[in-house]
Design a protein around this ligand. Structure first.
Ligand code: HEM
Length: 177
């Protein structure tokens, strides 16, 4: 297992990054699907996928923080990057953590306040509540759109590095080397 070095991310950091990306895309897809589902059975079925994935991202993100904090070394910023771009990159990374934890808290709040868990996971004829009646639903919806915006910005910046600056940034966040 390779640890991170000043010039690149290590095996664990790279694995966490790409696994988080997959889980977040699955959460966004299933979240929007659940919100737009026409019937309760479909919504409950999608939420039986959405909620366990959200619990996985909670543990993965907590592990990621402990990993950076206690064990791994943070690579140096890309050489020659203007300070303002580095500040924006760092702010986007912090924003990811804030929005992810905000989504988990608001999602959990929605399910706890509405008592929907039994309808989602248990009793077959239990009725799903109308989630919009509960206060955490609005920040959960807003956070979903914010997360899409952050992802587009983050991926756009990586592609700008790769194809405009041609500094092979993506290699730092991939396996091997
Ligand atoms: C990082 C974690 C999460 C992400 C990225 C996420 C994402 C989303 C998105 C994008 C939506 C659709 C919002 C809209 O269209 O306005 C949604 C809906 C929903 N999410 Fe999450 N979610 C997360 C965590 C959770 C958790 C932890 C729970 C519950 C324990 C949860 C429960 C729900 C429910 C019940 C809905 C459907 C609301 C409705 O039908 O009106 N989510 N989620």
């Amino acid at each position: 297992m390779q640890m991170s070095r000043p010039d690149r991310y290590g095996t664990v950091a790279v694995s966490i990054h790409w696994l988080s990306a997959i889980l977040i895309l699955a959460l966004l897809g299933s979240g929007f699907r659940a919100a737009n589902a026409m019937d309760a059975a479909t919504k409950a079925g999608v939420l039986r996928f959405h909620i366990p994935i959200a619990i996985m991202i909670l543990f993965l993100t907590a592990f990621r923080i402990v990993w950076w904090w206690r064990f791994d070394l943070r690579p140096r910023p890309v050489a020659g990057l203007p300070a303002w771009q580095e500040r924006i990159a760092r702010s986007v990374h912090v924003a990811f953590y804030v929005v992810i934890f905000g989504m988990i808290a608001s999602g959990a709040g929605m399910v706890i306040l509405s008592g929907a868990a039994s309808a989602i996971f248990g009793l077959p004829d239990a009725r799903l509540p109308n989630f919009t009646d509960y206060a955490p639903r609005a920040p959960h919806g807003l956070g979903g759109f914010l997360l899409v915006a952050l992802l587009v910005f983050h991926a756009g910046a990586a592609l700008y590095h790769q194809f405009v600056r041609r500094d092979r940034l993506l290699r730092r966040m991939w396996f091997g080397g």
